[in-house]
Ligand binder design. Structure first.
Ligand code: MEZ
Length: 536
């Protein structure tokens, strides 16, 4: 059970006192100028201390988070190790690295395209950020909406930095993605007449968020994992890729895996490779807690970078505005944006609703940080400060039972710790949620390395420098399917030279020449927790 402090209880009274007056009040949006200023002054992406400029590799000269730079310019786990590339442990047409939503979608479509597929995953199939996604998946499939409108919303949210071809592919395929998932068995929320229930997310001009209550990612992953199993696609658990294998012509041709049970190296030869290794939350950039799953350590970025693929917007990180700030047992966990979509306001320690709750995520996070720091309007919570998310408003606005029906996962999560969000507001602060940037691909999901495809959170460019809610569950499906289809088709015609790991030695030579002498092994694979919440 958690106990609110006296300061929290006093501040909660102020929130309650202003609730009736705030209930039907439309809160103004920030102007473009206000947003720019807010981001520059308070968003962690603008912190000079949080970033390093890369001195080596294909994106040399680019700025990336310090914790990621150490890994990108780190030491391969194969440096000084003799790997016998003549001893092939597994051979397949398409190798899918990663067992989350993007990897599963890619594996299904590669299989449907007639290819032999092998999925390898660091933990177990489904232990991924997809599973943790709560609020919904965007798709413009209502009569008042269109992919063009979806495109404009995402471009605006992404600061017009989104790669146009990739974004076009995303939004055009949105309605198809919902149909595909529905056919496979995903149980989206529907009205009595069968129409999909859709809501707004931050930065959307139409209600296009399709959801399965507030456990949308878990429901999607349940269905995709079943489908992979039903199709008989082999999955190798606890076998992370630690290096890509190329051929002597520079094409992707497999991977070296580390069997986490036996500690043995395994060699996989493949005709094409799909990286779907997900995000980086467990690197805890700038000391932030995270909403991410245990294995989110940017492995795919390291592998692809060392093999010669460029990164894009790797300095653009998403801090979800509403991470749990109290109680300690769920510190950093996600409080879905849907809580705000269905009516909860962000309220400061004095009971003042200081912003429109559906600003885009980067702006909302910066505004919360400003309120808590520069303006001194936060509530002390654990080791930091936090603000209220006024959840009782939801049932007051839409009728008793709305919270139970629309966000039952949130209700249960807090009930476990003695907090009833139907009756009392909750304390939130930004949590590290998503990497907006990643590996550069084209609209066929292929990187600059021939026969290397990428899908899911490891990709950069689709969302510009700030993703809108629900566009990630969409991109794992859209680009997962594209990667699977294209990789399977390529596997039918590709020919390879001899297998090679020369790029690993070449990267080490370049790194040493740049004056970086490091013993940090990468990819990191698993976070190292020392005390509390941080990782080294
Ligand atoms: O797209 C997301 O990140 C998402 C749906 C998160 C959430 O707030 O639920």
């Amino acid at each position: 059970m958690s106990t609110f402090t006296q300061e929290m209880l006093d501040s909660m009274k102020l929130v309650e006192a202003t609730r009736a007056e705030r209930l039907h009040k439309e809160l103004p949006r920030f102007s473009a100028e206000e947003k720019d200023k807010l981001l520059k002054e308070f968003h962690p992406d603008y912190s000079a201390k949080g970033f390093t400029v890369l001195s080596t590799g294909p994106s040399k000269g680019s700025k990336v988070p310090n914790e990621l730079a150490v890994l990108l310019e780190g030491k391969s786990r194969l440096e000084g190790v003799k790997v016998d590339l003549g001893r092939i442990d597994y051979e397949t047409d398409v190798l899918v690295i990663g067992g989350g939503g993007a990897g599963a979608a890619a594996a299904i479509e590669a299989h449907n395209g007639g290819a032999g597929v092998l999925v390898v995953t660091k933990l177990r199939m489904g232990e991924a950020n997809t599973m943790m996604a709560e609020g919904g998946i965007q798709a413009a499939d209502k009569a008042n909406d269109s992919p063009v409108t979806h495109y404009l919303d995402a471009m605006g949210g992404g600061h017009y930095k989104n790669i146009p071809d990739l974004l076009e592919e995303l939004v055009e395929n949105g309605p198809l993605a919902i149909e595909w998932l529905s056919r496979l068995g995903v149980l989206f929320d529907k009205e009595a007449d069968g129409t999909m229930v859709t809501t707004h997310g931050g930065g959307t001009s139409r209600k296009r968020m399709h959801a399965c209550k507030d456990v949308t990612g878990a429901e999607i992953m349940r269905v995709l994992r079943d489908e992979v199993q039903n199709l008989g696609i082999p999955v190798l658990d606890y076998a992370p890729a630690i290096e890509l294998i190329k051929d002597t012509e520079g094409k992707a041709a497999g991977a070296v895996l580390l069997d986490l049970d036996s500690n043995e190296l395994l060699v996989v030869r493949a005709r094409t490779v799909i990286l779907a290794t997900g995000g980086a939350g467990r690197l805890h950039y700038q000391g932030f807690p995270t909403s991410n799953h245990y294995g989110a350590t940017a492995d795919g970025l390291v592998l692809a970078y060392r093999a010669g693929a460029r990164l894009i917007y790797a300095d653009a990180i998403q801090y979800h505005p509403t991470g749990v700030a109290f109680p300690a047992q769920i510190y950093g966990a996600l409080v879905t944006e849907k809580v705000r979509s269905v009516g909860a306001q962000l309220v400061n320690s004095k009971g003042v609703a200081f912003m429109n709750p559906l600003e885009t995520r980067d702006v909302a996070a910066a505004s919360i940080i400003r309120e808590c720091t520069a303006r001194g309007n936060g509530v002390k919570a654990l080791d930091g400060v936090a603000l209220w998310l006024d959840t009782p408003m939801i049932d007051m606005l839409h009728g008793a039972g709305t919270i139970e029906k629309r966000i039952p996962g949130m209700l249960r999560m807090y009930q476990k710790f003695g907090i009833d969000l139907r009756k009392e507001p909750i304390l939130v602060y930004p949590t590290l949620h998503y990497q907006n940037g990643g590996i550069l691909i084209n609209k066929d999901a292929e990187t600059e390395i021939p026969d290397l495809f990428v899908a899911g959170e490891a990709v950069g460019g689709i969302h510009g420098t700030n993703r809108l809610m629900g566009n990630s569950l969409l991109d794992i499906i859209v680009f997962g399917r594209i990667a699977g289809e294209k990789a399977a088709a390529r596997a039918k015609t590709v020919t390879h030279g001899a297998l090679s790991l020369d790029h690993v030695a070449a990267f080490a030579t370049e790194r040493e020449a740049a004056g970086i002498h490091t013993e940090t092994l990468s990819p990191k694979l698993l976070p190292t927790y020392t005390h509390g919440r941080k990782t080294r």
